[in-house]
Design a protein around this ligand. Structure first.
Ligand code: OMP
Length: 231
């Protein structure tokens, strides 16, 4: 079995330590009842936020930029959709600059849920998006709806979305389909969509940590057998 990078192990440990990854019975956006739930909003402590930000940063660096030796990075702005994406974009931009000095001038932005009609106005806070290459950062891919909304918003501002990064790919099929939500998004937009962790990683982490009971693991396996997607 291929060894898992340290930043992923640290991320899983932080998720378990902060109870950001919970076991039980949770109703999802899709209406499915899941035996586990990952809440990116629960990484609200400095050590947890640090593990989260560096996990995203290393994933982004490996997937998008580590092989481009030049100073020309493949994206200009990290965009975090409101609300949960806001701290993700901010912390990850900061972490990326620690990972590689080429990210020193990387910019970030996020949207407002409601456009502001006074002061600086508009619906985007932070870096302008017009004519820029934008990488979306978000928490979880479930059905992909929130990602479609973010892409539309960025395009309406004149930006080009070059990729999407999420913390967790639940590796699920869409209702009434055999394909995965993440696979469908890839096809639809023709851009790379990467996840820091997949359900497979979570399952392995839970098994190794001893946090999950045999019963918890069995419920996850049953859920995966019912709704799991292969890509
Ligand atoms: P999509 O953009 O439609 O895939 O929505 C992803 C959303 O799923 C997240 O923003 C959450 O509201 C929710 N979610 C989690 O955050 N964690 C989970 O483990 C599962 C879900 C979910 O509802 O499926």
């Amino acid at each position: 079995m291929a060894s898992i990078p340290q930043y992923k192990t640290d991320f899983i440990s932080a998720a378990l330590d902060g109870r950001c990854l919970r076991l039980g019975e949770f109703t999802l956006k899709s209406g499915r009842i899941s035996p586990y739930f990952f809440n990116a909003g629960d990484f609200y402590r400095a050590d947890l936020l640090s593990a989260l930000a560096f996990a995203y940063a290393h994933t982004i660096h490996e997937s998008f930029a580590s092989s481009s030796g030049s100073s020309d990075l493949p994206f200009d702005v990290i965009f975090g959709p409101a609300y949960k994406g806001i701290p993700l974009a901010t912390a990850t931009t900061f972490a990326l600059a620690q990972v590689d000095a080429r990210y020193k001038k990387l910019e970030y932005s996020f949207d407002r849920k409601e456009a502001k009609d006074h002061g600086e106005g508009g619906s985007i806070v932070g870096a302008p998006l017009k004519g820029r290459r934008v990488l979306i950062i978000d928490d979880v891919v479930s059905a992909g709806t929130a990602k479609r909304e973010a892409v539309a918003k960025i395009q309406a501002e004149g930006g080009t979305v070059v990729g999407i990064v999420v913390a967790l790919d639940r590796q699920e099929t869409l209702p009434d389909s055999t394909g995965s939500a993440i696979g469908l998004l890839r096809q639809e937009f023709g851009i790379p969509i990467v996840a820091v962790l997949k359900l497979d990683d979570i399952f392995r982490g839970l098994k190794q940590s001893g946090v999950a009971t045999e019963d918890d693991l069995k419920r996850i396996e049953e859920y995966r057998a019912k709704y799991g997607a292969s890509d």
